[in-house]
Each structure stands twice: as C-alpha cells, then as structure tokens.
Design a protein around this ligand. Structure first.
Ligand code: MN
Length: 438
C-alpha cells in the first residue's frame, strides 16, 4: 500500500487557478490520467493529466523539456495514444511522474512558464477510452445489490451459498466499453414474458444502469503466477467511474445456465479519467465484514487488507431527461452510495482472478459490480430502486421513470473528501440512450 507523501499535502495549490477552488474534481492532489485530443480536430489521440479545468498535454510537456531524469521515460509513456504502456510500468515509476507533475504544477514552480503553453482546456477536448482493454471482467461485489437482485430473480434463495466465499464475476466484452459522452442505441434482444409461450425479438423495454467503479489493471502477472492479496494493489493502476448498462428484460431469459450475455454487452460507459491508486491513498478505510459471516479463505485475507483495504469513495447516479435538458434544469439524483460498502475489495477481486494463474494484463478492466449500499436510496440500479419495476420514481418535474427512456442521460459522479485531505473527484461519466435502430 502506497504511503502518503508531499503530493498529498492538502495545503498544496497550483498556478492553474481553477484547481484551487476546493470543490472541483481535479486539484493538484489528484492528477488523473486520460486520453484526449482537441475536439473536432482529428488530431492523434494522446495522453493528458487533468488539473482544474485544464489538461496537461503530456506530449507537449515532454517536448517542452518539463521532465528530466527517471521521470522522463514515464512521462513519455503517459503521452502515448493509450495508457497501456504507462499502466504496465507499475507503481514506482508512476509515483516518480506524479511527484514531477506535482512540482511542475504547484504555485511558484519555476516550470510554470514552460508548462503553461502545454495546457488544453477541458471544454475544448474530446476523449477516448483510456486504455486498449484486452479483457473485461465484471464482478458482483455489493452484497446489498446481490441480495436485492437475487430476491427479484430467485425469491426463495436471494443470496447464493457461494456469495460470501467467492468474489463472483463473469467475463464481459471489452470491445463495447465506450467512453463517457458517446451515446448509443437501445439494444434489441430476445425477450420472453413469463406467461408467453415463445420469446420475441424486440428493443429492450427495461433499460437499466449499474453504477460501478472500473478497476484498470497496471503491471501484468505472468500466466501461471497468482498475485498475493497484499501485492494485488501494485497490479492496479487506478479507478474510473463505470456504468454497466443492462437490459433487464433480456437478462432473465438468457442468463441461465452460463450467465449474462447480450443483456450486458451492448455498451458499458467508462469515464475518461483514471484516478491512480496513489491519489486515493488518503481515503483508505478498514475493510472488514460482520463477525457472524464466514471469513474469507486465507488467500483473500490479510491484516493489512483488513486495516486499510477499503476506500471511502462517494458515488452518485443522476438522471437528465429530454424535458429536463430542454428546461435547463439540473440532473436529479437517483442514488448516493459509498465504495466502502462493497463486500469484496478491488484487491480481493484481483487476488481471486489470478489465483488459478490467470494472467491479467495492463489495461484490462475489472468492474466492481453495482455498488449498492445498505439502504434503498443507495441502490445503484433502477431494478432495485423501483423494486423490479413495481415502484416508479417520481421526478421533481412531474415525469415518472421505471426504466431509462430514449433521450435520458445518466450521469455518474464520484469523489473523496475527509478532514485533513484535499477533495478529489473522478470527473463525469455520462451517456444518453438513443432510440433503437429501425
Ligand atoms: Mn455489472
């Protein structure tokens, strides 16, 4: 686990004024990585680091001579068209780059004049998926979500007997992970009503969201080598907001016996910014489970993990309907939860994923699963919030929603704050559902 250092100092400010307002996502203590270019320019994609409402164009900064010594090759990796190479380097080189960026961006830095021309306003940027994702695995780490969903799909046995022993997951589809801002069409699929004799092919009428965190893998493990729990975080590059869109009417008909398939692989939206594990270090919390529950097998447990394997990350899902957009009214909150409620941690997901020797590679993506908390207002999918469609949600403008309708945008936000540390955030993760293609 990475120690706190000078880059976490809450007193640090930046000569980029917008980084210092205390409420933004990207103060100098955050420094998340992403891939961007100037909007509409057709320029090559390249790496950037968010600071305030600006982006440090890493290729330009390298060219301007901002980085020297051991930080230079790392900065070059951070400028590439995908983050895979940077991710593969592991925590130490990454930490060197973070220290160099922190120094160059802080108030009074001698590098201000050199770095200033390397900034691009976020309002003038467009983004792509931050890494070439080789594989995507989606987990199911909220016991509250698993219980709520299980109650709807299997009233007699909501929580399967393996749940508290195994971090449950399935292999998802990497090619349909899309970046925030990319809209997509409502999927079609086979749907069978309980009383119908045969299924029909139709656009999904039960479009749902899943508020998750995406875990980007950093350095790889060789095929055959399991990663120990206490080493697991050194294989994690960072976290990003993630919306695992789900078609709830396609899911029940197809999911047995081999698990989710077309209900889940038509689109999953990832935020453009990946917040590094080092940036998250101040927000660690203990990670334990009730004493009455079965305790994890030894490969999924350690003292260090119990003491600080969790992260205090606030997570919010909001909706903006077409009517709200036309009226220019603010998006409305659907759910507010916290990553600390997860039953399995990111490190446990990784240790379990590799225990059989499975090789995770830099840029692979693990989804945490829907991060519902213990109360209904912390339920992070509409299927839970509406009790399977029975209790529609009444929005302040009089509209009613049971599922996501055409034209609705779903926006995810995430942030960390605590006394004695800076507030950092994850940027926006949003997409609008377009009508099914004719
Ligand atoms: Mn999911």
């Amino acid at each position: 686990m990475l120690p706190l250092n000078a880059t976490h100092d809450p007193q640090l400010t930046s000569w980029v004024g917008s980084a210092n307002d205390g409420n933004g996502d990207f103060p100098i203590q955050n420094l998340p990585h992403g891939i961007f270019r100037r909007k509409g320019s057709g320029q090559a994609w390249r790496g950037g680091v968010a600071i305030g409402d600006q982006i440090v164009d890493m290729a330009a900064a390298v060219g301007a001579g901002v980085f020297t010594g051991d930080a230079l090759p790392v900065a070059r990796a951070a400028a590439e068209p995908t983050l895979n190479h940077l991710m593969s380097l592991g925590p130490k080189p990454l930490s060197l780059l973070r220290a160099a960026l922190s120094k160059a961006l802080q108030t009074g830095s001698k590098q201000e004049a050199t770095l200033q021309p390397c900034l691009v306003a976020q309002s003038q940027a467009e983004y792509t998926v931050p890494a070439r994702i080789g594989d995507y695995t989606d987990f199911y780490t909220s016991v509250h979500h698993a219980t709520n969903i299980g109650r709807l799909f299997r009233p007699d046995s909501p929580l399967m007997p393996n749940y508290k022993w195994i971090p449950i997951g399935y292999h998802g589809r990497a090619s349909s992970v899309i970046v925030s801002g990319q809209d997509f069409h409502r999927p079609r699929g086979q749907v069978k009503a309980p009383d119908a004799e045969a299924p029909v092919l139709k656009p999904s009428a039960r479009m749902d969201i899943e508020l998750e965190l995406g875990v980007f893998i950093g350095q790889s493990n060789a095929l055959g080598d399991a990663v120990a729990l206490d080493d697991a975080e050194s294989h994690i590059f960072g976290l990003a907001l993630f919306n695992d869109w789900s078609a709830r009417d396609i899911q029940p008909w197809e999911y047995q016996p081999l698990g989710p398939f077309l209900a889940k692989n038509f689109a999953s939206t990832v935020a453009p910014w990946v917040v590094t594990m080092e940036a998250l270090a101040p927000y660690r919390v203990p990670f334990t489970r009730p004493a009455a529950d079965p305790q994890p097998l030894p490969y999924l447990a350690s003292e260090a993990h119990s003491a600080g394997g969790g992260f205090d990350i606030q997570l919010e899902a909001l909706i903006e309907t077409t009517k709200m957009r036309q009226a220019q009214s603010a998006p409305v909150r659907l759910a507010l939860t916290n990553y600390r409620h997860a039953y399995w941690s990111a490190a446990q997901m990784l240790a379990h994923h590799t225990v059989n020797g499975c090789n995770l590679q830099a840029g692979d993506l693990l989804g945490t699963g829907t991060l519902s908390g213990p109360t209904l207002d912390a339920a992070c999918a509409l299927i839970e919030l509406t009790a399977g469609g029975k209790n529609p949600i009444h929005l302040p403008n009089g509209e009613v929603r049971t599922w996501v309708e055409d034209g609705d945008a779903i926006l995810l936000r995430g942030w960390c704050e605590k006394p004695g540390a800076a507030r950092i955030g994850f940027g926006d993760c949003s997409a609008t559902v377009l009508p099914a293609k004719p």
